[in-house]
Write a new protein. Structure first.
Length: 171
């Protein structure tokens, strides 16, 4: 994230040092998250996006409505996770890191969206917390006071027309 913002911040600092006017960086487009309620991991992921400058709205959906919503947004069934989001005409499926979404918005590729299929441990919103949510999306690695975060490697996939995918980022 800092790698993406560093050149922009340096530009603003240089302009300010020279007494020039500093333009306000463009606002990020709003994100709408569709999630079954209650889903603590989905809420944590939305908070992750907020910490990275996004304005996020969560719309609670009955679990039974999520498949229809995903079809409407053209999310391939093989790439599904629990929550689905929309931003700037793209779908964001699952626990996609904010840095990947920022890169998507900067590059604006011809694509349907980004996906992190399933529920990889260690992805944003999937670090560790208590209690287990009702949608079975939370994994608590131990029951003691100290939580052991287990991470697993995962990819963010760029989803193109017809559901074709390519690895957009590795984590």
């Amino acid at each position: 994230m800092l790698k993406l913002l560093a050149p922009l911040l340096a530009l603003f600092a240089a302009a300010a040092a020279q007494g020039g006017e500093v333009a306000t960086p463009p606002a990020l487009p709003p994100v709408v998250v569709y999630a079954p309620s209650p889903c603590l991991a989905c809420i944590d992921w939305a908070e992750h996006l907020r910490r990275h400058g996004f304005s996020v709205t969560i719309e609670d959906k009955p679990l039974a409505e999520m498949p229809r919503l995903k079809r409407w947004l053209n999310v391939p069934s093989a790439l599904e996770s629990v929550h689905t989001a929309r931003v700037a005409g793209y779908f964001i499926e699952g626990h996609v890191p904010a840095a990947d979404i920022l890169l998507l918005l900067k590059e604006r590729p011809k694509a349907l969206g980004l996906a992190v299929p399933g529920l990889p441990r260690g992805a944003p919103g999937r670090e560790s917390y208590n209690p287990v949510c009702d949608t079975a999306c939370t994994i608590l690695d131990n029951a003691g006071r100290e939580h052991e975060v287990r991470r697993e490697a995962f990819n963010t996939l760029l989803v193109g027309a017809g559901g074709r995918t390519s690895v957009y980022a590795r984590h």
